[in-house]
Design a protein around this ligand. Structure first.
Ligand code: GDP
Length: 463
């Protein structure tokens, strides 16, 4: 946050800028001088009226030289009916890099300040238009890599995450009020029903735990399921990745003009983004350990949620496969028996005896696009049985929110201990207050400037 959090009028390019791409680029101003700055730079021919929530057509011109920068549309949104609850003006310029950049420069020249990452959303939060969970959901929506991740972000944006948290916090506040009343007016009130306190706190802690259980699913939808493909050289790892990326349903953006190359997290299986960890390019060396890619496999597998161990159906289960398995066996692992086309007609169970347990075993001939569907189902089953997708709530908390909620649950348990140990009421209130503060940090009711800085610095500029 800056010293002039509310004083200055901020400006940023709100859309992605790529030369020769994107037909429209938006430059957004927010603050008390937004309209004054826009009026100096924008000429709207004819009898167009500068009114809130009305589109004007015209030219962006340098106010002193008169040089035309762009032909554009302009949208004024007067406070408080805007994203930030301040006066907001948007220039809808031609896309590409130059027109938007020059418009931005002109705004800066006219007295606006370049917005910090997430500063528009920060202002929306500070003006009370949204709470912190909604602000974070906006960032999640912008970064969503699958329809499910977007759906979860929209739920957060609609307040579905904040609502149960607020209820939990309010219940804590109610209990605190009861306890404090006994501290302040001990003689005037009936004694505190200790049993009621115990039951209520226990209930709140259980509800908080249910929300905590959504964290893994949230992480999965946000960051994607990390999958490592490991195995000896030549078993078909690259072919598997290629086959996967060719399958239409596996690509997030299947729009004309978008790249079909496999990049991290471009795969979506069953609505879950899949981040394939890079295990390609095994160096062939004389060093046997390096040759079978053990070290690389180990590193990739360590970072993975699920490991695909690929073996060659014709070669069978070799000691080198075993060596790789031994390094990754603590991860949920799917065995992919590849190149089954080369052993067609042969009963594989006779031929390949697998001496170790796998979460799933899939037979495939990836070079012929066979078995990819089975592999995808195996991944989803494996993810579910590893509790990576388990949740019946349509909300999911992020890592920051999880840390706060964990703190709250720990404090609630301390309250229960204090009650059980019959400690003086003052002791109960200390931990109850800590729980209230921790929940308040999630929604932003109790939050420090440094926490806000940390959250909003992760946003893009212009959001
Ligand atoms: P990697 O070293 O594990 O990445 O293996 P590659 O994907 O480079 O494959 C090694 C060789 O096996 C290539 O010649 C592939 O064409 C071939 N290959 C891969 N998958 C199959 C398959 O399902 N069937 C057959 N017959 N050949 C395959």
């Amino acid at each position: 946050m800056t010293d002039d959090t509310f004083d200055s009028t901020i400006v940023a390019i709100a859309t992605a800028i790529v030369p020769q791409q994107g037909s429209v680029g938006i430059v957004r101003l927010s603050g008390s001088r937004a309209e004054a700055i826009a009026r100096r730079m924008f000429s709207a021919p004819g009898k167009q009226v500068w009114e809130s929530h009305r589109i004007l057509y015209g030219y962006i011109k340098h106010p002193t030289t008169g040089v035309v920068i762009d032909e554009s549309l302009l949208l004024v949104m007067k406070a408080p009916r805007s994203y930030t609850r301040e006066d907001v003006v948007e220039f809808h310029c031609h896309g590409g890099a130059i027109a938007v950049q020059q418009t931005l420069n002109l705004c800066l020249e006219q007295g606006a300040r370049l917005a910090q990452p997430g500063e528009f959303t920060l202002r929306a939060f500070l003006h009370g238009r949204i709470d912190l969970t909604q602000a974070e959901s906006i960032n999640d929506l912008v970064g969503a890599r699958s329809p499910q991740a977007a759906e979860m972000a929209i739920a957060g944006l609609q307040g579905k995450l904040a609502q149960p948290l607020r209820q939990l916090r309010q219940k804590c506040v109610d209990i605190l009020a009861e306890i404090e009343a006994r501290i302040d007016f001990e003689d005037d009130l009936p004694p505190l029903d200790t049993n009621w306190v115990k039951i209520e706190i226990d209930r709140i802690a259980t509800d908080a735990q249910h929300i905590l259980d959504t964290a893994d699913r949230g992480e999965l939808l946000r960051a994607g399921l990390k999958v490592a493909i490991v195995g000896r050289p030549n078993v078909g790892k690259s072919s598997l990745l290629n086959a996967w990326s060719r399958s239409d349903r596996a690509i997030v953006t299947d729009l004309p003009g978008t790249t079909r190359d496999v990049v991290d997290s471009q795969l979506v299986v069953g609505g879950i983004p899949i981040q394939v960890l890079d295990t390609a390019g095994i160096r062939e060396t004389e060093d046997k350990v390096e040759k079978i890619g053990v070290e690389r496999s180990r590193r990739a597998a360590q970072a993975a949620d699920i490991v695909l161990l690929v073996i060659d159906a014709q070669a069978g289960w070799l000691p080198e496969d075993r060596a790789i398995f031994d390094l990754i066996c603590d991860r949920p692992t799917i065995l992919v028996i590849n190149k089954v086309d080369l052993v067609d007609g042969i009963d594989l169970s006779d031929r390949i005896s697998i001496p170790v347990p796998f979460s799933q075993i899939v037979h495939a001939a990836v070079a012929l696009d066979r078995g990819i569907d089975l592999l995808e189902s195996a991944i989803l089953t494996c993810a579910r049985s590893s509790n990576l997708t388990a949740s019946n709530l349509d909300i999911a908390i992020n890592q920051r929110q999880k840390a706060c909620l964990l703190k709250a649950v720990q404090s609630l348990h301390k309250v229960m201990e204090a009650v059980a140990d019959r400690l003086p009421l003052d002791f109960w209130t200390i931990d109850l207050r800590a729980a209230i503060a921790a929940i308040g940090e999630i929604t932003g009711e109790e939050v420090t400037e440094s926490v806000l800085d940390r959250i909003f610095s992760r946003f893009c500029i212009g959001k």
